[in-house]
Design a protein around this ligand. Structure first.
Ligand code: IYR
Length: 226
């Protein structure tokens, strides 16, 4: 039996399930995540902070470059601040839809039916503003260079979306560009890059989602064995 030393501890948590059990779990997780949709119609019903905290804890357990955990989750649930974010985001989106976006890009978005209005940012109870830290380290107060920031924060965001979905919440990834206004509104330093906003809450009873998003590529197009 392995024992702990200065730098390593025994691995825990892997039960070596048999094939049947693995398929059961893999299919179960696949089927759960297949029901996730990007939702733009929310209920104004509040979500308890401890639910969001548990989901952020899942996100924050993600692997990261040198385990520096180069992320910060500014969770906004006050209506005034959500409104402030909405107004700033819509200002950028008006520029985007009004000329900054290429014709190709607008064509690609047409089936989703988005425009510069983001009323759901006032309606959904929580906006999770994710920041990527260029500097940091494992311990509080560290000021080391961080590595693979985008990869790390992207993985953590995936964990977060899966956790929120599993908790029964609808989500939308929103990326106004540029979004440096988030540093000001969330009080984050300039060394942090706003990565994206995850809008979270209960879906509206009459929520509709784009048919376009149901079309997922078959496995044969996204993978092969070599
Ligand atoms: N950020 C804009 C535009 C947008 C871009 C992509 I790529 C999308 O998949 C969806 C929207 C907006 O939120 O409207």
């Amino acid at each position: 039996m392995k024992t702990s030393d200065e730098t390593h501890v025994p691995l825990e948590g892997y039960g070596e399930p048999d094939h049947e059990e693995m398929m059961l779990r893999a299919h179960g997780f696949r089927d759960r995540l297949h029901t996730r949709r990007s939702v733009r119609n929310f209920k104004p019903k509040p979500v308890a902070r401890d639910v969001i905290e548990a989901c952020v804890a899942t996100a924050a357990s993600a692997p990261s470059g040198a385990n520096h955990q180069p992320w910060y989750f500014a969770c906004v649930d006050t209506p005034e601040r959500r409104h402030e974010i909405r107004l700033a985001a819509e200002a950028e989106e008006r520029e985007f839809y009004g000329g900054r976006a290429s014709a190709d890009w607008l064509d690609a978005l047409a089936p989703i039916g988005t425009d510069a209005d983001k009323p759901y940012m006032d309606v959904a109870p929580v906006l999770i503003c994710i920041f990527a830290q260029r500097r940091g380290g494992v311990d509080p107060g560290d000021d080391k260079k961080n590595y693979y920031i985008h990869e790390s924060v992207g993985i953590a965001t995936g964990f977060l979306l899966a956790a929120l979905h599993e908790a029964g919440l609808a989500t939308l990834v929103h990326t106004p560009n540029p979004m440096s206004f988030l540093n000001r509104i969330c009080g984050r330093p300039e060394t942090e890059k706003p990565y994206l906003i995850v809008v979270a809450g209960h879906p509206a009873d009459d929520a509709m989602v784009p048919r376009h998003a149901l079309k997922k590529k078959p496995l044969s197009e996204v993978m092969r064995w070599l």
